[in-house]
Design a protein around this ligand. Structure first.
Ligand code: CUA
Length: 335
């Protein structure tokens, strides 16, 4: 509308928080820049050399000034630190009731998968007013998921899961970028986030289903890869039962304990010998090269679906009960 936009639209709950912090940083910077700039001129004129042989007097002033110019900047930087840390923590902790969506970056596209089984490329449809948690990885090189209107940017790294969350506050269409140089067509790795009214979102979801949910596809894959021959649910198989494993603490043959999160499950599929569960033999073959990142996500989603019951669509971030936690190297206690 002919207006100059210094900032992208604010379309998430995080956007005003990030902007307010930035305004504060800019205000402090401008204030001190001007103060120093004018002080240089003022002192240069006031204490200029007035005659050829003039030498300045040595002046001894109190400590008051020195203490002030140490304490005030210290206070200001501490405000910046605590404020920034608060915004960061908020941005790093998805709420428990967030909608779970998976994202895979690939040269040069974003692939997004909804729990209900819907897949999108370079488009993400989400409802307004609901928190959305993205679990993301890359099939090749480092990409970065960037939605300026949400003030959200997160690197997507091969071999690792990163998460990001946002809660859109306005319906509309917002730019999605890759913000990490990832090859010759990096600039084309862009898309749109569509924020919809909840009812429109429901309609959109129900319109595209048919391939089965992510977890259902994971279960099919689990059976077609014959994982169920060893991972039997009644603990009679050669490999651990996977029921209730998700997000629990797993005791390893090495004596250590790990949390069965997405990264652990992914590693166990692609590099099964890395962490052997206590009491089991390293008999599982690797599935490296046999399953794509999308399929790994389906398998993880299946394991999550047979894990401890969480509210539908809840983010799997709740820590395991403290009594189940064992420190690495501790003697396994009978309970
Ligand atoms: Cu992907 Cu730049």
């Amino acid at each position: 509308m002919g207006k100059l936009h210094l900032f992208p639209e604010q379309a998430s709950t995080l956007a005003p928080e990030v902007d307010h912090l930035l305004y504060f940083l800019v205000a402090v910077t401008v204030f001190f820049s001007l103060l120093i700039f004018f002080a240089i001129f003022f002192f240069a004129i006031k204490y200029r050399r007035r005659s050829a042989g003039e030498l300045p007097h040595v002046q001894h002033t109190g400590y008051t000034l020195e203490i002030l110019w140490s304490v005030i900047p210290f206070g200001i930087t501490m405000v910046m630190f605590t404020w920034g840390a608060a915004v960061f923590f908020n941005a790093a902790r998805p709420p428990k009731d967030a909608i779970q969506i998976y994202a895979v970056g690939k040269q040069w596209m974003w692939k997004l998968e909804h729990m209900e089984g819907l897949r999108e490329i370079n488009e993400l449809h989400i409802p307004v007013g609901r928190a959305v948690r993205l679990t993301m990885t890359s099939e090749d090189v480092i990409h970065s998921f960037f939605v300026p209107a949400f003030r959200t940017k997160q690197d997507v790294v091969p071999g690792k899961y990163s998460t990001v969350w946002f809660q859109p506050t306005k319906t509309g269409k917002y730019h999605l970028f890759c913000a990490e140089y990832c090859g010759s067509r990096h600039s084309g790795m862009i898309g749109w986030v569509y924020v919809m009214e909840p009812q429109d979102y429901e309609n959109w979801l129900s319109g595209g289903a048919g391939e089965g949910s992510l977890a259902q596809n994971g279960q099919k894959l689990f059976e077609s890869l014959a994982c169920n021959n060893c991972h039997k649910s009644d603990h009679s198989g050669r490999c651990p039962s996977l029921e209730g494993v998700y997000n629990s603490n797993v005791k390893l043959a090495s004596g250590a304990t790990v949390k069965a999160d997405e990264a652990y499950i992914r590693e166990s599929i692609l590099n099964p010998e890395a962490k052997i569960v206590a009491g089991y033999e390293p008999v599982m073959p690797t599935f490296q090269g046999l399953v794509t990142e999308d399929q790994v996500l389906q398998l993880i989603e299946y394991v999550r679906s047979i894990g401890p019951k969480t509210p539908a669509g809840a983010a799997p971030t709740s820590p395991a009960p403290a009594e189940k936690q064992a420190s690495p190297g501790s003697v396994p206690a009978k309970r």
